[in-house]
Design a protein around this ligand. Structure first.
Ligand code: GFB
Length: 324
């Protein structure tokens, strides 16, 4: 099994990279010809094809994407659509041409319809418009599920006489809000949890108020990056259906709950302000994780307080060099 990991520098990719042996980005792995590490622009078809031609993986964990929080999605709607469409089209087509058996591609729970009966389940993916704050990203990500399903249908199995060959078995996962060490902690364009950790750290350092966007009332489900890494490996090896799997704790927390947990973890005693000139975005997107739990019964998720403390400790320890 030779696994190519795309997006290995990102939050999920770097976590998985630390957890599993991957090829295609580290020279050399035992039993694998030396392959120099180079950054590949996966939006360019020929560069993506040559990456697969050179690394010849049997499996792909496809984490690479153009991602960002609420503000980034609102301000870069067209780029988020184009970049993610090109990355996904190129990676899956290059995988197919390189005869890759298994690909697991990442979507997200924010791409599900905004007006849908809750809780969100995998079968509701295409039952309506995504939230207006991130429809560019959402439609591009939904297409990776369509492309995976279409490839499995056309190329999945080939029969000649009595011989049956299993070819593409491409699956998709839809994690809820992922957080953890090695995230992007940039103040304007990152996701809520890392952005608030950075803001709380600066508020404590400069004795200024800790400013939170919106009302703090919206609800979110959070999953720790190391749990996503473990679950992805299990699904890569044990799950083979075309329909997606939601990766979620299915535990909702208000933004205010998160603010309090972060203030505790940073030991911030100062003033907290909710800036209602900033958007709340989607009010909630509660998910049902029954399908995931049927595949990994009894899986123990990292408790939110523990994950936040680990992330805060990592951020403070790596403040000089982390993405911020
Ligand atoms: O992670 P986030 O930016 O995006 O969270 P989504 C936005 C929520 O956090 C809104 C509140 O309710 C914001 O009002 N919030 C409060 C903040 N303070 C801040 C802050 O300083 N920064 C940010 N960013 N938010 C994401 C998608 O949607 O869902 C991702 O953008 C991904 O691509 C993820 O799919 C699952 O949670 O709204």
């Amino acid at each position: 099994m030779k696994t190519l990991l795309t997006g290995s520098e990102g939050l999920v990719g770097s976590t998985i990279d630390a957890q599993v042996r991957v090829c295609g980005r580290k020279p050399p792995l035992p039993g694998y010809k030396e392959y120099g590490r180079r950054w590949v622009d996966l939006r360019i078809p020929k560069d993506t094809l040559s990456l697969f031609h050179e690394t010849k993986p049997t499996h792909v964990i496809h984490c690479a994407a153009r991602v960002g929080g609420l503000a980034a999605n609102i301000n870069h709607m067209g780029e988020f659509f184009y970049d993610n469409m090109m990355i996904n089209l190129n990676v899956l087509e290059a995988a197919r041409r390189a005869k890759v058996k298994k690909v697991v591609s990442f979507m997200s729970t924010c791409i599900f319809p905004d007006d849908v009966e809750y809780p969100i389940t995998e079968d509701k993916l295409h039952l309506g418009e995504p939230h207006p704050s991130n429809y560019g990203y959402s439609y591009a990500k939904r297409m990776v599920e369509v492309q995976s399903r279409a490839y499995n249908e056309q190329y999945g199995i080939s029969v000649s006489g009595s011989d049956v060959t299993f070819n593409t078995n491409y699956i998709t996962v839809a994690p809820t809000n992922i957080y953890g060490p090695k995230d992007n902690f940039e103040l304007e364009n990152s996701h809520v949890l890392p952005a608030l950790i950075h803001k709380c750290y600066l508020a404590k350092k400069h004795n200024t108020p800790f400013v939170v966007w919106g009302s703090g009332k919206p609800l979110r489900e959070f999953i720790y990056s190391e749990d996503v890494g473990e679950l992805t490996q299990i699904l890569l090896e044990e799950y083979g259906e075309s329909s997606p799997v939601i990766l979620s704790t299915s535990e909702e927390h208000s933004i205010r709950d998160i603010v309090i947990a972060i203030a505790d973890a940073v030991d911030f005693q100062g003033h907290i302000i909710y800036d209602d000139t900033k958007p709340d975005g989607q009010y909630r997107k509660p998910t049902c994780n029954d399908k995931l739990m049927s595949i990994v019964p009894g899986y123990k998720f990292t408790p939110l307080e523990e994950g936040i403390q680990k992330t805060v400790d990592w951020f403070i320890e790596n403040y000089e060099n982390c993405r911020k």
